[in-house]
Design a protein around this ligand. Structure first.
Ligand SMILES: [Zn+2]
Length: 384
């Protein structure tokens, strides 16, 4: 049985131990020590990283009563080793995990919901609670958990006997019968947990709830804590500073500044549409055929084509066909009339030029394919 140094002292960063066994497994070695400060993956927290006699520890896993360290090089049984943890990584994970306990304990105390799922990703965490939470609830929780941080409450681990445990109220996902380890945050939470935690809530630094949403009948809460929360704030602040400089706005005016830009963009879109129509009319060269007309435009939108069609109909034309050359033999068309049903003409147009489209008796739009503008003109001269 490997002695777990991290269970009693989460701040053990360096230790000496004896190699009990070293087994070669393909390209790597599995090493078991008499004792270790390396936390094996478990309880939602990742395996510690670091070195054994300078060799990188690639993974740490529980195997029965023993803890297996995966190392790239051989360290023979009997060797006295010095283990060094990647302390920066371990400490931020302790900050995050302790923050999760503070949040889960607080939600449990305030709303009676259990933590039914915990996912620790690279930086942030997601906690699933067994009931609904509103935006107001989340705000209350966020204030309460940070209040617990400011009060710098102690965090301790204990190993109660089965009898002692019966007298204690604690949160636990599983029914633990043996080797129960309780992590107690003074006045905030008591929870069964195998992982190392910071010594007091003040070390967490900051707990920020990033998002929350309904999930499987309960609520998923996404959060970030400690150094990761500070780095997240630094990133967002730098980003906000850049955006606010572009918008010439104060740092807390993002929403109104962006809304002003949207209003301006919509005005410009409307202005652009008005100008496009005027240019289209100015450049329009209609060809008259039996009281009807057709015309070609370049790269004009359906809105522009419709506008030109209406312009010619207002001039007293019977049927108007407007085509826009969109390049590579593609033409968009609009056909309109005030008295004549344009659908038979549109059908013939589609048949003649592999077209698609249609509409109502007095209006239709679509697209056709033809390499040669003159062929389309010829068709319209004959059919209008
Ligand atoms: Zn835990």
């Amino acid at each position: 049985m490997t002695e777990k140094l991290f269970e009693q002292n989460a701040y053990c960063k360096e230790f000496t131990a004896r190699v009990l066994s070293c087994e070669k497994k393909e390209e790597i070695y599995e090493i078991i020590l008499d004792k270790t400060a390396f936390f094996p993956e478990g309880g939602g927290q990742g395996a510690d990283k670091g070195t054994l006699n300078g060799a990188d520890v690639l993974d740490v896993q529980n195997r029965g009563e023993e803890i297996v360290h995966t190392v790239a090089q051989e360290i023979p049984a009997g060797t006295e080793v010095t283990g060094k943890l990647d302390w920066e990584l371990r400490f931020v994970r302790m900050q995050s995990h302790s923050a999760e306990h503070v949040v889960s304990g607080t939600v449990h105390a305030m709303f009676g919901y259990e933590n039914v799922g915990f996912h620790m990703s690279e930086r942030s965490m997601a906690v699933d609670f067994g009931g609904p939470l509103t935006a107001e609830n989340i705000l209350e929780v966020e204030l309460a958990v940070n209040q617990a941080v400011w009060e710098n409450r102690s965090i301790t681990a204990s190993f109660p006997t089965r009898e002692e445990a019966q007298a204690i109220s604690y949160r636990s996902k599983l029914e633990i019968t043996e080797g129960l380890r309780l992590v107690t945050i003074d006045g905030v939470d008591c929870c069964a947990c195998c992982a190392p935690h910071v010594g007091s809530t003040g070390e967490i630094g900051l707990i920020k709830i990033l998002d929350f949403y309904p999930n499987k009948g309960g609520t998923r809460v996404e959060m970030i804590a400690g150094k990761y929360a500070l780095e997240d704030y630094m990133m967002l602040n730098a980003s906000n500073k850049g955006i606010m400089k572009l918008l010439s706005a104060k740092r807390d005016e993002a929403e109104s500044a962006v809304n002003r830009q949207f209003d301006l963009m919509n005005e410009l879109k409307a202005e652009n549409a008005r100008l496009s129509r005027r240019v289209a009319i100015a450049e329009l060269k209609p060809n008259e055929v039996n009281g009807s007309a057709y015309a070609f435009c370049e790269q004009l939108s359906y809105d522009g084509l419709t506008h030109c069609t209406n312009f010619l109909l207002d001039k007293g034309m019977n049927v108007c066909v407007l085509l826009s050359n969109m390049g590579e033999g593609n033409f968009n068309y609009v056909v309109g009339s005030q008295q004549t049903d344009v659908r038979p003409l549109v059908k013939e147009l589609n048949t003649a030029f592999s077209g698609k489209g249609g509409g109502k008796p007095n209006y239709a739009q679509g697209k056709i394919v033809c390499d040669d503008k003159e062929t389309i003109s010829g068709f319209l001269e004959k059919n209008l």
